[in-house]
Design a binder for this molecule. Structure first.
Ligand SMILES: [Zn+2]
Length: 205
């Protein structure tokens, strides 16, 4: 798969999220380790241009966090980064959020979750030049993403897109206002799957 540019904002929020959780020194350690020191004190700008941030750089940062903190530590850190990505994305788009709230009114929790994920899939696809879509599987939802950014060029026996799982979790929590939703990546391109699939379910259903 060829490397590709993703929006500067996408990579910026990943780096900001990591800094929020492991601090400035921690982020700098990750950037040095992944040979991305050019981003030290020089984060990508907060814009939608696709002209300097590469999918391979995002995956390298994820991999660097895993090398430094171990797989379990990285899963926890990157999941939180994804949740922040959802929160910040929503805060920066108050008009979209207001429109979405209108659409959700009167919908069941399940339909709200599905609609919110479809909106999020559209944004992710545009920001990262990927394909993202939502599928209903009985009482559960599947969030698929092709040419994912976090699994770019990665090989693993277990799923690696913890940022995406956190992002999906954050979107669902915001949209439904309900606890009890869980998100688990069950197929990952890093494991050889044709696309990454995150299963979304509500406890007790
Ligand atoms: Zn994946």
């Amino acid at each position: 798969m060829e490397d590709r540019f993703i929006s500067n904002m996408t990579f910026r929020v990943v780096l900001l999220g990591i800094r929020e959780i492991i601090g400035e020194n921690g982020l700098n350690t990750v950037l040095n380790y992944t040979k991305l020191a050019k981003y030290r004190d020089n984060l990508p700008p907060n814009d939608h241009e696709k002209n300097r941030s590469l999918a391979s750089e995002v995956a390298a940062v994820d991999g660097g966090v895993a090398d430094i903190f171990g797989d379990n530590g990285a899963a926890a850190i990157l999941f939180q980064v994804g949740k922040m990505q959802a929160k910040w994305g929503l805060e920066e788009n108050p008009d979209t959020v207001a429109a979405a709230r209108n659409i959700f009114s009167g919908m069941s929790g399940f339909d709200t979750a599905k609609t919110a994920l479809e909106l999020a899939a559209g944004v992710v696809a545009a920001e990262t030049d990927s394909k993202a879509w939502v599928q209903v599987d009985g009482q559960e939802l599947l969030y698929h993403i092709d040419e994912n950014t976090h699994s770019f060029g990665m090989k693993s026996k277990t799923p690696v897109c913890h940022v995406t799982s956190g992002f999906v979790t954050g979107v669902i929590a915001w949209a439904t206002g309900e606890g009890g939703w869980t998100v688990q990546e069950e197929a990952c391109m890093a494991m050889g799957a044709p696309h990454c699939t995150h299963r979304v379910r509500k406890a007790g259903q």
